[in-house]
Design a protein around this ligand. Sequence first.
Ligand code: KG4
Ligand code: ZN
Length: 347
Amino acid sequence: GITHTILGLESSCDDTAAAVVRQSEGEVPEILSSVVFGQTELHAEFGGVVPEIAARAHAEKIDICVKQALEQANLTLADIDALAVTAGPGLIGGVLSGVMCAKGLAAGSGKPLIGVNHLAGHALTPRLTDGIAFPYLMLLVSGGHCQFLLVKGPEDFTRLGGTIDDAPGEAFDKTARLLGLPQPGGPAVQAEAEKGDPKRFRFPRPLLDRPGCDMSFSGLKTALLRARDQVVAEKGGLTTRDRADLAAGFQAAVRDVLVEKTRRALALYLAENPAQPVLAVAGGVAANTAIRAGLETASDEMKVSFTAPPLALCTDNAAMIAYAGLERFRLGHCDDMTLVARPRWPL
Ligand code: KG4
Ligand code: ZN
């Protein structure tokens, strides 16, 4: 059959990444290489991603990233069928670095250029890792996003609901800052939560009393801030135990909201797609073991099969961009030099 080999570039947030993915018709896709340069140390002292610093680091690293991805795949640009690049949504300076680099490579090599929506990259990851068929229900839950998507095709996504304010990853990062834990907050808060008592602090479960699958996480952040300040006011500081209990209470609240809203999204989804009972998750927060376990239990109870990509493919990477590009390429959908970088780009 026909084989497609795609080079993917990702630079929309704080990871500079390049990867090569190959798929032969009728076979499972193969990740030939996946290189990720994180920027965690660069932003550490600021307590969050600084867009200007991120953009400069992407511009510096993207070429070497591409070079390494090709080397690790044992290929040259001549072996690549097309270049896929995240064209948004994201921090515009970073997205521009990727798009400019991809345009340069496309111009120099004469290869087709494919602009990929970062969210589509996450949403199609279960097809890359587990080869699942359309349709499926996707919970995309990351630092910048939180939504339920009915995924019917490589370019066919319907939003069933999502956050009305912050994304859970953002709340994890904020919680880490409030508790004096390092960034990115998700893994640090999870490690603390594993040592804590989730019942000591009872945080709100916003919007659970309302129908539908919209969610809200900003109130949870405020509740955590208040609880922390109260402990600090009483004792003059946080003990190791306080920190662990606050983290555990916070994580349990996020998990409960995500799990309950997932049940509702699944009910909506199953009513229309009873023959294809599949829930997939993606995005950085899907790396959280407590949240994954809660989603898995809910899926089991509703007789739905549950798919979660390996951790390295949950967080930002370029293999998902290469793969999403491959799916578009197979449909003959390419872009040209007029491709623009977009800070906002809803699916
Ligand atoms: O998908 P991603 O790499 O970037 C975005 O597109 O947003 O997600 C990053 C987010 C960060 O907010 C990070 O704190 C969160 O995912 N995250 C986690 C965990 N690992 C990463 N959140 C909770 N638990 C984790 N284990
Ligand atoms: Zn992402």
